[in-house]
Design a protein around this ligand. Structure first.
Ligand code: ISE
Length: 342
């Protein structure tokens, strides 16, 4: 049986997922779309052979739609996800799950009331082969205790609409989730340093770069450089320092060019290129999970924890102080075992 998926929001990420589902994911098809830009959406629906719904709520409740993907404007995520839960429909929602942690909590409560997980959040790094290998290595424990983690999250450049808080909420949020998942523990404190020296390539509303420091429950300290106008490409690094060695992410690459006494490999242009395989696996595993009535990816609780942590980072940045990260008790529904890696 082919899973009939409805997608709300057909901007760049929405179209990327349409292509992915229709061309690379097995067992699913995009059967419907909805978007506030009606004319563009109607034309696009025709092009891909999907039904256009003017009203996203009608798409969600339609009997012809088995599951929903939300890639609309961030402030609309919470309502659409709640609507899906109300209609007992599985929903894959791009980050952020909601604008505020309280919104994520509304979703957590809606799920706990039904005692079922309907929501998966689009934290694709959990499906990246490199992160999976690191997690696997950590689980074997052969390198001893984890002590420190050094990360960089660099984007080639961002537009003038991108401001200082977005570097945390939109960008660093990926490390926040990936590292919680890697270490299987939560963060307890957050600190943000805004270096006096900034890149001349930054914009009026953006402090670039920023340095985030997080500490976990067991005492692992993470330093994360967020540098979103680094100019040379999309550069994601993660080095886990253990008692007896270091485990590091490498950029996936299949060739190098040697010329003029230089040996070079490509730096990806953006996250869609860098994490293409992770996005594909993420949606394939989600589709399989929906069909088996058991989704195992990043949950609404993970969306909430990411939001609580990034809010603490924002507060730390604005006050210049180290902030404690406080969160609600975790409902039992979210204690179910996560997907095994690799
Ligand atoms: C973007 O929204 C993403 O999700 C990317 O993964 C991240 O690297 C980028 O900084 C964000 O703006």
């Amino acid at each position: 049986m082919e899973l009939k998926i409805g997608i709300i929001g057909i901007g760049a990420m929405g179209r990327d997922h349409v292509e992915r589902i229709n061309e690379r994911v097995n067992g699913a098809v995009v059967a419907a779309i909805s978007d506030i830009n009606k004319d563009t959406a109607i034309a696009y629906a025709e092009e891909i052979g999907a039904t256009f719904f003017e009203n996203a709520e009608d798409l969600i409740s339609s009997e012809d739609i088995d599951a929903v993907v939300v890639t609309s404007w961030d402030p609309t995520h919470e309502d659409y996800v709640l609507e899906c839960i109300k209609n007992n429909k599985y929903v894959f929602c791009e980050k952020p799950l909601a604008i505020e942690a309280s919104g994520c909590l509304n979703i957590v409560h809606a799920e706990t009331e039904k005692n079922k997980k309907f929501v998966q959040v689009g934290f694709m790094r959990r499906y990246d082969r490199g992160y999976e290998e690191i997690k696997h290595e950590l689980q074997t424990g052969t390198l001893g205790e984890t002590l420190l983690i050094h990360c960089t999250h660099r984007n080639e450049m961002v537009d003038e609409g991108y401001d200082t808080p977005m570097a945390v909420e939109n960008t660093a949020v990926h490390e926040v989730d990936a590292l919680r998942w890697l270490l299987e523990e939560d963060f307890v404190t957050a600190e943000v340093r805004l270096p006096k020296k900034q890149t001349t390539k930054t914009h009026a509303k953006l402090h670039d770069p920023q340095l985030i420091l997080l500490e976990t429950e067991s005492g692992v300290i993470i330093d994360l450089e967020v540098f979103v106008n680094c100019q040379f490409g999309y550069d994601i690094n993660c080095k886990v320092v253990c008692e007896q060695g270091e485990i590091g992410l490498t950029n996936p690459t299949y060739y190098s060019i040697k010329t003029e006494r230089k040996d070079s490999t490509r730096v990806p242009s953006d996250w869609k290129e860098r994490f293409i395989a992770a996005y594909d696996r993420e949606l394939q595993i989600w589709v399989d999970g929906v069909k088996n009535d058991n989704i195992t990816g990043p949950s609404a609780w993970d969306g909430y924890m990411a939001s609580v942590t990034t809010s603490a980072c924002s507060e730390a940045r604005d006050t210049g102080e180290r902030k404690d990260i406080k969160f609600e008790p975790k409902p039992g529904l979210y204690n179910q075992k996560l997907r095994e890696t690799i």
